[in-house]
Design a protein around this ligand. Sequence first.
Ligand code: FES
Length: 73
Amino acid sequence: MSDVTITPRKNGPYRVEGPIKLVDPEGNAFTVNEPVIFLCRCGHSGNKPFCDGTHKTIGFQADTKAPTTAATE
Ligand code: FES
C-alpha cells in the first residue's frame, strides 16, 4: 500500500498527499515543505508544476472518476 495519495480534484489540480520527492527533468528537487501539494492539471499555471488557481479563471473542466466494477455473477 502506497503512502502517497493523488486525487484529481473536480475541475482542478491533482492533490498530492504523502511523503513525496518532486524533481524537475534534470533531477533537481523542488522544495516541498507541505504535507499536501497541488499540481497543475490544466496546463495554464504560471507556477508549474504547482497549481496557482488559474484553472478557475479559464474554466477548466475535468471530472475524473475511477472506474467502478459492476457486481456480476
Ligand atoms: S490546475 Fe490549477 S492552475 Fe492548472
